[in-house]
Design a protein around this ligand. Structure first.
Ligand code: FPP
Length: 271
């Protein structure tokens, strides 16, 4: 475990911030060539390429999803070691219902399996779990697994894991507008005074920092209705690697790429 007294003040402060959330964070040993202050606080990932991964191997698409589910665990664990505070994974979009019903069923089955199978590990790692999306349309077994996971992790105070399911960013913004409008009707907010912070606080991601880094696997260069509000200033890293092959090395490459960027947030100098 890296001793903070051996680091420059900026690095020591970053490490202390991370360890207040996750005492096991050790980015200096995991990625010695990246300054700890340049580790993204929040990473969002569009996990793409499961189908192509399977096809290349002559398997059915669902085989790719099964292997994709395995990759999730590796990435969650490594993000913890790197001191990442929040990880958001796009597992099922509101448009994915258009896929063949056996594939939809398999994805729902895998989601429920993940929530059941990882529950104890997530509690042990003190991970806060949140589902992003309209849960009412999810099958009952997924909602039950989700309820058990939410109950089990409700006292966790460490890094956040958010899984987007039945998620669409425009639907999320519509939900936020509806909730703000309802509050305005009740006289709780002044419509003319609604701020960007009020909108952020009405999204499914309320309370989380915006993602600093968006990773998209399998080469496509689009946002696919994912976190459109929250990704306003994110750096984008697209890799050709298919999601089931995305492991520690690919995550490190994305973080190195992020650390090399000059983020100006619309200004002229580095932030
Ligand atoms: C995109 O690949 C992937 C998805 C639509 C689903 C992602 C789901 C998992 C990784 C399963 C695990 C889920 C949880 C909650 C652990 P694609 O099928 O669009 O690939 P293609 O573009 O190559 O066809």
């Amino acid at each position: 475990m890296t001793d903070t007294t051996t680091l420059d003040e900026h690095a020591a402060r970053a490490l202390e911030r991370m360890r207040a959330i996750n005492p096991d964070a050790d980015p200096v040993s995991r990625l010695p060539d990246v300054h700890p202050a340049r580790i993204p606080r929040h990473i969002a990932i569009i996990m793409d390429g499961n189908g192509r991964w399977a096809k290349e191997r002559g398997f059915a698409r669902i085989f790719g999803h099964r292997n994709g589910a395995q990759a999730v665990r590796t990435v969650v664990e490594e993000c913890g070691r790197l001191g990442v505070e929040a990880l958001t994974l796009y597992a099922f979009s509101s448009e994915n219902w258009k896929r063949p019903s056996d594939e939809v069923q398999e994805l729902m089955y895998l989601a429920a399996l993940y929530m059941e199978g990882e529950r104890d590990a997530l509690v042990d790692e003190n991970i806060r779990f949140r589902l992003l999306g309209r849960r009412g349309d999810l099958p009952e077994d997924v909602r039950e697994a989700l309820g058990r996971l939410e109950t089990a992790t409700s006292g966790c105070t460490g890094p956040s894991l958010n899984i987007a399911m039945n998620y669409g960013s425009r639907a999320e913004i519509v939900d936020a507008v509806r909730s703000l409008a309802a509050r305005a009707v009740r006289g709780e907010v002044d419509p003319g005074a609604i701020s960007e912070e009020d909108v952020s606080a009405s999204l499914y991601t309320a309370g989380l920092p915006d993602p600093d880094l968006l990773i998209r696997t399998a080469g496509e260069q689009r946002l696919s209705n994912f976190l459109l509000w929250q990704l306003s200033y994110a750096e984008i890293h697209v890799t050709e690697t298919f999601w089931p092959d995305f492991g520690i090395e690919a995550l490190h490459a994305a973080v190195r790429d992020f650390a090399s960027r000059d983020r100006r947030f619309g200004g002229l100098g580095p932030a």
